[in-house]
Design a protein around this ligand. Sequence first.
Ligand SMILES: NC(=O)c1ccc[n+]([C@@H]2O[C@H](COP(=O)([O-])OP(=O)(O)OC[C@H]3O[C@@H](n4cnc5c(N)ncnc54)[C@H](OP(=O)(O)O)[C@@H]3O)[C@@H](O)[C@H]2O)c1
Length: 334
Amino acid sequence: MFRLLFISLLFPSALALNVPSITLKNAAVPGITMQAMGIGTFGYASHPGQKAEYWNNSVTATAVSAWLKAGGRRIDTAYDYRGEAGVGMAVLHQTEVHRSEIFITSKVGGLPPGYNDTLEQFQEILTQMNLTYVDLLLIHWPGPLPLKSSDPKCKLISGSDKECRQSSWLALEKIFKSGGAKAIGVSNFEQNHIQDILDLKSLVPSVNQIEYHPYWHEDGLVEFCQNHSIAVNSYAPLGTPDWGPDHRDWNSTILDLPVVKEIAKAHSKSPAQILLRWAWQKNILLNPRTWNDDHMAENLNIFDFELSDDEWKQIASVPKPATPKVCPDPHLIK
Ligand SMILES: NC(=O)c1ccc[n+]([C@@H]2O[C@H](COP(=O)([O-])OP(=O)(O)OC[C@H]3O[C@@H](n4cnc5c(N)ncnc54)[C@H](OP(=O)(O)O)[C@@H]3O)[C@@H](O)[C@H]2O)c1
């Protein structure tokens, strides 16, 4: 016990040993693993009573540094986020954890910009972060796109965006094959969007990052992905509790639901830990955003207990608000 404490104090990274991983399949370097718990880096940061600000480079760098010290090894960012350079700063301005132990996900988009623009945007991602590769690169959104694209297949919104999705995917394949990303995947893709990629009869995505929490859980989509060996990564796993009431009709955040609080009490865990564990029990990877050290420690500590099937179902069947989704609904994308 004392030995473990001593090792943990000397090497905080030892704490990370308790975090399980999933081995990525499909378009991934053979054997590459992705830890169950990462940190998200898009959204707001605020102290009680103060105006919230976006996770800019400085907030992001501070949070990611703290995350690495706490034993976290995976970081989720995107071209579209305001703190991507901050991720690179935090990773490069520390010497305790080697880059090879850190797993960085980034995403091209906003929305898929097509073949050449994807390649260009990826170079910008590496330049912003001052890195030579990312571990996982995703297409952020299946389309359509208000972004300008030089790809004629990505003309704005007429019928289906299938060709544009496929074009962007082929650019990701090129990046993967040239070593710029150790794995490639998609985000916010529904079954029909994934089918468009499967129709190419080329590489299959290794990951699909989707919104997943008790108010919005597409279990059919999760099953479809897992049947195709596509790992599922949840975003907004806590339902983005700091997203203000102006944005939605929720009477309660998911963290405050009585059933979540009761189950938390029964397991001597926090409501956040119950929600994270709830998704992990379906093998869903997580990256809750936090800049709070205590929350980081909590989020890394969900692997020593289990929810019963009945508890899982109670949480899954909580009454849903009229607008249960945090982010826009990709079902609208054809
Ligand atoms: N692919 C996509 O389209 C997409 C879309 C949305 C998000 N994402 C990714 O997914 C990440 C997570 O989603 P999100 O940021 O929307 O929301 P989220 O992780 O569901 O919620 C973040 C909020 O939860 C709080 N929190 C975190 N851990 C907590 C704990 N243990 N106890 C209590 N509160 C806790 C944080 O506050 P404190 O800072 O005070 O802890 C913050 O206010 C994003 O940051 C981003 O990386 C991807």
